[in-house]
Design a binder for this molecule. Structure first.
Ligand code: GLN
Length: 239
């Protein structure tokens, strides 16, 4: 068997909308193409936390899904914090992005404490931010995805925005930035799923994980022509 990379998928039963599971499928397939063996652990409420974790992936969910997993997330927070500080790459989308921050306060004023890996705060609002989104970064080029959230997120002093919005809203209706980053933890509002159309982001997670586990990474050349076509089509879509 080729070298293993362990992916931890957080709460797929409750936090997994607008195709977010596709992010795991992309990582699995690209890891294989790069010559590694992906091993996926699905972690749901009450499960045993795996011993080996190289990449963490988490998706979005309704407010009700966030309420459901919230207590359990606080329970595993110390483990996730240790991994984050240790440089483990993570991608958390929308609902889990919000809960990786300081708190998410629902539009009914119910505050869900977050795990504080990202210095962000989110308030549910009566305005939903919905539609196709393009946000640009230096490291990953333009990130193309789809957002649908009522939460408006603001970044604290120590949070670095992931991207600048070219089309859409991103973190909130006014600031013009999308997502947040701390070390190798990336939070974003972008579904779609996001990784199939953004192979540079997928390979960042893979390369970071492989270098951390095995010391070096030699990428295989992957034919990304379908991803490029998908990017082209998605970028032309109206908001
Ligand atoms: N419930 C959150 C919101 O609407 C998250 C939504 C999502 O994950 N798409 O802000």
């Amino acid at each position: 068997m080729s070298k293993a990379i362990h992916i931890l998928q957080l709460y797929p039963d409750d936090m997994n909308i607008y195709g977010d599971h596709g992010n795991v499928l992309v990582l699995k397939r690209r890891l294989e193409w790069h010559g590694y063996t992906p091993i996926v652990t699905e972690y749901n409420v009450g499960d045993a936390f795996p011993k080996t974790v190289d990449i963490v992936i988490g998706g979005g969910g309704q407010d009700s899904g966030q309420e459901k997993i919230h207590k359990d997330l606080l329970k595993i927070a110390p483990k996730l914090r240790t991994l984050a500080e240790d440089g483990v790459p993570m991608l958390v989308v929308c609902g889990l992005y919000q809960l990786f921050g300081k708190f998410f306060q629902t539009s009914k004023s119910h505050r869900l404490e977050g795990i504080g890996i990202l210095d962000i705060e989110t308030y549910g609002s009566n305005e939903r931010l919905i539609g196709n989104t393009i946000a640009t970064t230096e490291e990953f080029g333009d990130i193309i995805g789809y957002e649908n959230h009522s939460g408006q997120t603001s970044l604290g002093d120590s949070a670095i925005p992931l991207a600048t919005v070219l089309k859409g809203a991103g973190n909130n209706a006014s600031n013009g930035h999308e997502g947040a980053r701390h070390k190798n933890v990336i939070g974003t509002y972008l579904h779609g799923s996001v990784l199939p159309k953004n192979p540079l982001l997928a390979d960042f997670l893979i390369e970071t994980a492989v270098v951390k586990r095995y010391g070096s990474f030699t990428p295989h050349v992957i034919d990304d022509s379908f991803a490029e076509k998908a990017r082209g089509v998605a970028a032309q879509r109206p908001r």
